[in-house]
Design a protein around this ligand. Structure first.
Ligand code: XIL
Length: 379
């Protein structure tokens, strides 16, 4: 497999080198046949994915569709598998979009992630209510189990990885969400994260072969949060709770500290001491072009392009190092082109952002070339 991948990589690098040495210009668009595939370039290191929406899959002859299949081997839905969309009322499931996503993945041999089963956000209020009153712990636990069992069993053996719980921590520790407020210390063992334990156990029962991830933000930048996550997952693993890995969202900024990220990821990687198969995934990568304390809405991308490229290269060099150490096997972008990103308008209203390797017309940015050529320079 490795030999095959290396050969493929060699072929891609050689054809690119020939193209450049013949004085031919590089392809302009992500969907051009001569454009090297991003995921194939990294096939010796980790999978590369993108978050998509069901409307990306409707026209399977479009450039947009073709570039998705070409550049990514892993996919996740940006919103349509979240509780509010897939399970809007207690008796209604809306499986259509996720069914289409799964059919697409199977038809194209892709790895699929399910995002997300339990979250405080984009979760309908009915979970937490009972005839106008707050639901009891028993009722909420039963609803959560039904939700997880129904969804995970439907896609058993088809969705490979689940973000079972999303954002259970905040800056200071456990997030005081309705989940923790209502379920609390359900088994009386002194810790308050029983809803997480039950969620993972239920998901494991529904699909014993699926990879089960606990997903969160700022783990790479906030060492206190990384340590909290480490301690919580460590005690869950010691109690036999089936957590297979931690997902780092990695909504990073152009001013991120990559070396600090490396150190924080290493904290989480120590969970491998308890379970050697424990994995770290990057689940929602995008790079804002604005510094964290900038509140402006427009930026001249060409002015920051060099810094943007350099930071992407530094980041992917770190990912390669982590992959070589056996600590990382998947990097998923939260979108794929600058025209469709939740960062347009967030966290500053009216803002335009340029977080990806291709622009809104799928034109390849210079960062694409730097990132896609990196593995070739390494080997
Ligand atoms: C975001 C989507 O991208 C937006 O379209 C939606 O309006 C809000 O949610 N962390 C997560 C993702 O885990 O689910 C969020 O996705 C981005 C932050």
């Amino acid at each position: 497999m490795k030999v095959k991948n290396s050969l493929r990589l060699l072929a891609a690098v050689t054809s690119l080198a020939m193209l450049v040495s013949c004085g031919e210009s590089r392809p302009e668009y992500a969907y051009d046949a001569e454009t090297p595939s991003l995921y194939e370039a990294y096939s010796d290191y980790f999978h590369i994915g993108a978050a998509i929406n069901s409307w990306d899959l409707t026209d399977q002859t479009s450039d947009r569709f073709n570039l998705l299949v070409k550049h990514y081997d892993t996919f996740v839905m940006e919103n349509e598998t979240k509780p509010d969309q897939i399970h809007p009322t207690e008796d209604t499931y809306n499986f259509g979009p996720t069914d289409a996503f799964v059919e697409f993945g199977e038809a194209n041999g892709k790895i699929l992630r399910g995002h997300t089963l339990v979250w405080h956000s984009q979760c309908p209020q009915w979970f937490f209510e009972d005839n106008g009153q707050e639901a009891s712990a028993d009722l909420l636990v039963q609803r959560m189990k039904d939700h997880i069992t129904t969804i995970v069993s439907r896609y058993k053996g088809r969705i490979d990885t689940w973000d079972v719980c999303n954002e259970v921590l905040d800056g200071g520790g456990m997030r005081f969400s309705d989940w923790i407020k209502i379920v609390g210390d359900y088994d009386g063992d002194g810790d308050k994260y029983d809803f997480i334990e039950i969620a993972f156990e239920t998901a494991r029962e529904a699909d014993p072969d699926a990879r089960l991830i606990i997903n969160d933000y700022s783990l790479e930048s906030d060492s206190n949060k990384a340590i909290k996550m480490y301690s919580m997952v460590k005690s869950m693993l010691e109690e036999g709770v089936p957590v297979d890995g931690v997902g780092l969202q990695m909504h990073v900024g152009i001013d991120m500290d990559v070396e600090a990220a490396r150190e924080n990821i290493k904290i989480l990687a120590r969970l491998k001491e308890i379970n050697p198969d424990f994995v770290i995934e990057v689940t929602e990568l995008d790079m804002s072009c604005y510094s964290w304390n900038d509140s402006s809405t427009e930026i001249n991308f060409s002015k920051i392009e060099d810094d943007f490229n350099a930071k992407y290269v530094e980041l992917f060099e770190m990912f390669i190092d982590l992959a070589e150490e056996g600590l990382l096997d998947s990097v998923v972008f939260w979108g794929f082109n600058d025209g469709d990103t939740w960062l347009n308008g967030y966290p500053v209203e009216g803002r335009t952002n340029y977080p990806f390797l291709m622009d809104a017309e799928y034109r390849l940015k210079s960062a694409f070339w730097e990132v896609v050529e990196l593995p070739g320079k390494k080997s």
